[in-house]
Design a protein around this ligand. Structure first.
Ligand SMILES: Nc1ncnc2c1ncn2[C@@H]1O[C@H](COP(=O)(O)OP(=O)(O)OP(=O)(O)O)[C@@H](O)[C@H]1O
Length: 337
């Protein structure tokens, strides 16, 4: 499991991430509850996969089996091809970052000490731990000189959550598991943290499995989304755009809701094929609001609505690529139900 993933994935050598595979995994708790009934799932190295589904469907159980906080009853879980049930559980957890709601920072340890927890357990030299903690705090946007010596209660909820990310990433884990990591902060701080995390993920490219019950969060964060129903039954595993555009079952259709059309606009970009020549727009429509090629249809439409415009000019750098109309956005194709 120590291997870097480049041989399997072509990922750059300085980044560590490992694929995860679940094969017919089952969890029956001692009281008889079947939380997970034969789930098979593959997550690529460096991919961010979101698990979503109704309360009690088994999301957290799936996550906690990957780092063996919960032992599977049957089936296999492979990280980088190695069966986690054969690994030493403590060693395994040191190689897997785990972020939970409310973070679970140690209250009587400084931020610096909290971030260095796993490197310390791994026996890194002090100087290296200190440098790594500084580097990680910087990476999550917290000035180490200012925050390193503070205690968790001296930080805001959002700042504590960032420390949680830094701590989870400190020993350069190959997998990052996140259970409702943004739900303890208010909605405004939450969307800021989500953006920050996506920026961070673009840099570190870990294999991330994130549990949430918030569909907007799933759509915003996920490279792919897994929708589960009771017993962790896999209803659909696809990209956000596909999930919203082509729900695979009545369960998924109901789960993603009747406003899935609007949500879908947020994950589809303005592309060249949607444009018409600027010359075709009535002169009375000028001046047109302007958007960049590749922005979401949602953002383009929102701008047209506030500007009371039927068209927007679409720029590709300095060049005008064409115009997009409100009508075109509202008539994007939906596969037949
Ligand atoms: N330790 C346990 N013993 C017995 N049953 C459990 C245990 N932990 C969870 N369960 C049950 O397993 C099922 C799945 O629970 P789990 O926490 O994985 O669901 P979840 O989808 O994460 O739910 P939520 O969204 O509400 O957090 C539920 O029916 C739950 O009651």
């Amino acid at each position: 499991m120590d291997a870097t993933p480049e041989s399997r994935t072509g990922a750059p050598t300085d980044r560590k991430a490992a694929p995860i595979e679940l094969r017919e995994v089952r969890k029956q708790y001692p009281d008889g509850t079947v939380a997970v009934d034969k789930l098979s799932l593959s997550v690529n190295a460096g991919e961010l996969v979101v698990l979503i589904g109704p309360s009690g469907c088994g999301k957290s159980t799936v996550l906690r089996m990957i780092n063996r906080l919960v032992e599977p009853t049957a089936g296999q879980i492979l990280i980088d091809g190695d069966d986690v049930t054969q690994a030493d559980a403590v060693q395994l957890r040191r190689r897997i970052g785990y972020v939970i709601q409310n973070v679970g920072l140690f209250p009587h340890q400084t931020i610096h000490t909290n971030v260095g927890t796993v490197p310390r357990l791994l026996g890194w030299p002090k100087q290296r731990i200190r440098e790594r903690a500084d580097e990680l705090l910087d990476l999550v946007g917290l000035d180490p000189a200012r925050y390193g010596k503070r205690y968790p209660h001296e930080l805001s909820g959002g700042q504590r959550q960032r420390v949680g990310f830094a701590r989870a990433l400190a020993a350069d884990p190959v997998v990052l598991l996140m259970d409702e990591p943004f739900s303890a902060v208010d909605p405004i701080a939450r969307s800021g943290l989500q953006r920050e995390f996506l920026r961070l993920q673009a840099e570190v490219r870990k294999t991330v499995v994130l549990v949430t019950h918030d569909l907007d969060e799933a759509v915003r964060m996920g490279d792919r989304i897994v929708v589960l129903s009771q017993g962790a039954h896999l209803e659909q595993f696809s990209t956000p755009a596909r999930l919203l555009g082509e729900p695979a079952s009545p369960f998924v259709r109901e789960f993603v809701g009747s406003d899935r059309g609007i949500r879908r606009l947020a994950v589809l970009p303005v592309t060249e094929e949607m444009l018409t020549p600027a010359a075709g727009v009535p002169a009375a429509a000028a001046p047109l609001p302007s958007v960049e090629l590749g922005v979401s249809l949602y953002d383009a439409l929102a701008l047209m609505l506030v500007r009371n415009a039927d068209y927007a000019e679409v720029k590709d750098g300095d060049r005008t690529a064409g115009v997009i109309s409100r009508h075109r956005i509202l008539s994007i194709d939906y596969p037949a139900e």
